[in-house]
Design a protein around this ligand. Sequence first.
Ligand code: SAM
Length: 288
Amino acid sequence: MVMEVLSSPGKISMSNRCFARISGFIQSNFGIKLPEVKRTMVESRLQKRLRVLGLRSFDEYGDFVFSPEGISEELTHMVDLITTNKTDFFREPSHFNYLYNSVVPELIKKSGAGMRKPLRVWSAGCSSGEEPYSLAMVLSEYAARNPGFDFNILGTDISVRILEKALKGIYREEVAEPVPQPMRKKYLLRSRSREETLVRIKPALRSKVRFRRLNLMDPDPETRTPMDIIFCRNVIIYFERAVQEEIVRKLCRRLEEGGFLFLGHSETLHGMSLPLRVVAPMVYRKEL
Ligand SMILES: C[S@@+](CC[C@H](N)C(=O)[O-])C[C@H]1O[C@@H](n2cnc3c(N)ncnc32)[C@H](O)[C@@H]1O
């Protein structure tokens, strides 16, 4: 039997068997690759769950998390800790310019999306909300200059903790620095506590974004409403190539013909056979 060892005072290490069990489960259920080099990260992120639950080893933790009780309660905490939620307002800013100047006018011209019916945008893997709120700011600016234009945004993620943060829409002021000054004034409220200055998304902007938990590995996520635009940036980078292709194929099924898919800057679809063509760096259009 592999023994749990204390590698440094107070820090519990994970056995090979337990790491294989957790990483295998995460990869097959959520797509996220956890190769051996990620073991230290997994250990340190899950360490505090052992303390909270009063467990002495990761083997005990593994037995608990995969028990019927653990699956219904502890799994949510494990997923919250394992996912990497790094994000920013206006991350990869060229995408937001392209959206405003090219994508929205093109969709209005092609199908009237945004004018005859609200434009539908999905931020898949939205983390704590910075991406969908950036989209809401840009599209609100478009609406201010183009009467009759309307939109709604769906933000989804697998992590419950991060979605709670997104729903609140409250951030440290430094986090909002990438928001262009005129938009900060229009869409954010400042509030100062003794410790820090916070900004809050104004209710009118918040009302344009809905959030819900959704696993992109689900067989056919959210099949009902077809989307005009999907942002799925810096999410599939954590998946195996075959899984990336499978997920992008599902996203394509959710996209209207002529709709646009935005990916992160290091997520290439090169060599995959998908009904998409490149229209700008990491922007794809579903074939008409
Ligand atoms: C690095 S963040 C990217 C956030 C944002 N799209 C951006 O580019 O700034 C990746 C997000 O994908 C989410 N994620 C990972 N696997 C997922 C899955 N199987 N289904 C849905 N969301 C997932 C994570 O929880 C995390 O919040």
